[in-house]
Design a protein around this ligand. Structure first.
Ligand code: AMP
Ligand code: MG
Length: 349
């Protein structure tokens, strides 16, 4: 099966495309669509068979639950059994938007959608195409990132085509996404709300509204004995094909060290990729340098990260060195994805 491909206007989605997407989803088929975070692979969240198809298309482990996307606040109540008051306050500030909240689930949500868990992750995206499609599908769309499991998440429809073009029914293309990293996940099934995955909505933004918020201990360490509460966070993820190492330290030391390594690797006939900020990109003399943006524009770095990791694949590099990007607000989310892509290989120079 080759996916049908349709371009849609990002702000005023074409009604034919939305109607076709909605029809396919109601029939239990799979449709990839843009959201403000990354492209999603959608299936009807209330149809166990559709969720099983999502896992199969992505090659996703079946214990890695899917996020259910809604597009009307009232659609939250039939799927979430208990919703704490502070979650509703948070929703007032950040929904629609790049925030996922976890609640105990009702029987309406099949266990196939939640990877066997009794809780459900819910997001209300702000993207107009996503919203129109969710409504056309009947209100509930399960949508993990539309990539082959383990690869960098897709930030353009072309990325989706590369990974899933032969495995799904329709791809809606409204151009590159705005944020480029997956949503912040907050778990409300615990006494104190906990961040299970960092994203555009930072810990500080959450704390301002909720007061006390924890970071899931599994996020802070790469320790096999501390299991992350979001099952998906235990898998190697977001990874390019070549092995990736993050190099930390003062900018001049990092540049010197990477230059030495790249020169040596080049002499051995290996092709090296270097992921750099615009401030230092010109200082590299060897290898294939990809600039993700300026350190003073952290949203630009987030938006370009996955595309850069995929471009190294097309360049056929043998190994990749990346600068660290501990930027003020999104740095936690950027470094979380980069560390996972690197299998936590980090070198301090
Ligand atoms: P993706 O769909 O690729 O953005 O990944 C979704 C993430 O949400 C994964 O890391 C999942 O493990 C996590 N997730 C989804 N539902 C739940 C849940 N009920 N409890 C904990 N984590 C969840
Ligand atoms: Mg994903």
């Amino acid at each position: 099966m080759r996916a049908k491909y349709m371009k849609v206007d990002a702000k005023c989605p074409d009604q034919d495309a939305i109607a076709l997407g909605g029809k396919l989803l109601r029939e239990g088929r799979l449709v990839a669509f843009p959201t403000e975070t990354v492209y999603g692979l959608g299936g009807n969240a209330l149809d166990a068979g559709a969720s099983e198809k999502i896992y199969a298309a992505k090659g996703r482990p079946s214990d890695n639950p899917l996020i259910v996307h809604i597009a009307r606040m009232e659609d939250l109540y039939p799927i979430a059994a208990e919703i704490p008051e502070n979650a509703l306050v948070l929703a007032k500030s950040y929904w629609p938007g790049p925030l996922t909240m976890i609640f105990p689930k009702t029987d309406l949500v099949p266990l196939q959608t939640t990877g066997g868990l009794e809780s459900v992750a819910v997001r209300f995206p702000s993207d107009p195409v996503a919203q129109a499609l969710i409504i056309a599908a009947g209100g509930y769309v399960a949508a993990p990132s539309a990539n082959t499991s383990g690869r960098p998440s897709p930030t353009t429809a072309q990325h989706v085509m590369e990974d899933l073009g032969e495995r799904i029914d329709l791809i809606l293309d409204s151009g590159p996404v705005g944020i480029g990293l997956e949503s912040t996940i907050v778990d409300f099934t615990q006494e104190i709300p906990a961040v299970l995955r960092p994203g555009f909505i930072s810990l500080e933004m959450l704390t301002q509204i909720l007061g006390e918020v924890k970071m899931d201990p599994g996020l802070l360490k790469d320790d096999p004995d501390v299991r992350p509460k979001a099952p998906g966070m235990k898998y190697r993820h977001y990874a390019p094909k070549a092995s990736l190492k993050i190099v930390e330290g003062r900018e001049t030391d990092v540049v010197r060290w990477i230059n030495e390594q790249a020169e040596q690797a080049g002499a051995e006939g290996k092709k090296v990729g270097i992921l750099a900020a615009s401030e230092s990109a010109d200082a590299y003399d060897f290898g294939e340098v990809i600039c993700v943006g300026s350190r003073s524009e952290e949203e630009e770095i987030a938006r370009h990260l996955y595309d850069a990791l995929r471009r190294f694949d097309s360049l056929g590099v043998d190994l990749i060195y990346s600068e660290a990007f501990d930027t003020p607000r999104m740095g936690t989310a950027i470094m979380n994805r980069l560390l996972k892509a690197a299998g936590h290989h980090c070198i301090r120079v």
